[in-house]
Write a protein that binds this ligand. Sequence first.
Ligand code: MSP
Length: 506
Amino acid sequence: MPKEFFITTAIYYTNSSPHVGHSYEMVLADVIARYHRLKGENVFFLTGVDQHGQKVQQSAAKAGVPPAEFVKEVTQKWLDLSKKVVQGILQRLFEEGQIYKDKQSGYYSVRQEQFLTDKERGPDGQFGPEWGEIEFREEENYYFKLSQYKDWLLEYLKGRADAVIPDFRQTELRNAVEKISGDLCISRPKSRLDWGIELPFDKDFVTYVWFDALTNYISFADYDPSKSNIEHQPSNFQDRWPALQIIGKDILVPAHGIYWLIMLHAIGFPDDQMPQLLVHGWWNIAGAKMSKSVGNIVDPFVLSDKYSADALRYYLMSDMAVGQDADFSEERLIERYNADLANSLGNLLNRTLNMVHRYRDGIIDYAVRNIKQQEPEEPRSFERYLSLMNEFKLDAAINQASRRIKWSNAIIDAQAPWVLAKSPDKSDALKLSEVLYGCVESLRTAAVLLSPIIPKAAHGIFDQLNWKMELSGKEERFSLADAEWGRLPDRHAVGKPTPLFPRIEE
Ligand code: MSP
């Protein structure tokens, strides 16, 4: 059992700006990471190098250099580190005879940087326009003996039903593996590409691609390329590997599902040390792919400035089933925000705190403790939340938290505390205390459960409930233990309400 929970995202191409699809992947990984922190685990979260934003600017200012220079310096350190690992791995595979040189001639797509085979020809026998300019080439290159591992990969997938999540992606991968033929070209002559990591055994070539890109997942986790036995790896690496790797559906086959798993196997990773691949779908726009050329790119920075990061996170996590595609629409974001956050959650917080102040001087009555307060209608909703989160059914897990909120709103409507408050009956006074107690507990426990998804708002709820103020703003403020119903102490004084989710009026 690793000591750290290790989670990765893809690394992002920096030739274009991030769109909302990229932010989905990062938020998804971030939510899972936060959930594991909530469970009290140490988390190691790896994503691509970020050269954007104020943090960089601030650090650069501190260092007294312009941001561009600062970024370059830091990036260089990362590059030097990963270069060593890439070269170390290639050298080892070369010495073991797993990499060989061969000559290839044929049609080459300049745009896709690959040789084309008959498979790539259209029904008319021609290479389609997606390949761009085609030329005939004859070239020597290095090859990795990929196809000799086909049987191993099939066996591995057969032996582990959740190697890839969801199931249908594992099936897709297995079908692709059945079709493996030929080895993987892993180099380009420097004469035509010199932006790359030089092959350690031939200075006339750079490696291209995937040995340079995929190895980031282990190089940044302190993998030592000189040790083929994983038990001799540095303890840092052993503490965190294997990772849960979050990828989009387009980079399962062949990159992660075939090349990466085979590479790991070839360099000595046993089957029980293979990473698990969680494959998510794509956010489309009206059913079509988001693309720069179509001009339908949605900018996540614009959205989070406009609606808040939590609003965007909530929408992305609640309106897509992990693994499936979904359609992105700003109207839908607003709809979900207004219904779930502004009306349901925000409203409950606001009216509960107002009532506690109005009817109970801001104090949650201790008398309630004597009535063995039951958890809302569904005593097992917490366990359901846990198992849904563990199965990456985040949208359904969010619903488990939302049900508490709905339950409390419904109780307020049914019990009418404003009527109870006027009643001279002792039993009505007790009833009122009980309702208020239940509402505060719903809010408090829902905030814990929703904290991985909407961390800032969850802090806001805790602040207003006046709960764990000493941890305000800190991640340790949330722990699963606090999701237990009834933890609110006797005579707890709540804070004043301030609107958390103002309605979005379009
Ligand atoms: N650089 C490669 C990955 C190399 S991993 C060693 C790459 N980069 S990417 O920037 O094009 O995409 C990065 C990730 O974003 C991929 O997992 C991809 O599936 C995901 N997404 C890109 N567009 C997306 C959507 N529209 N929706 C959801 N995720 C999307 O591929």
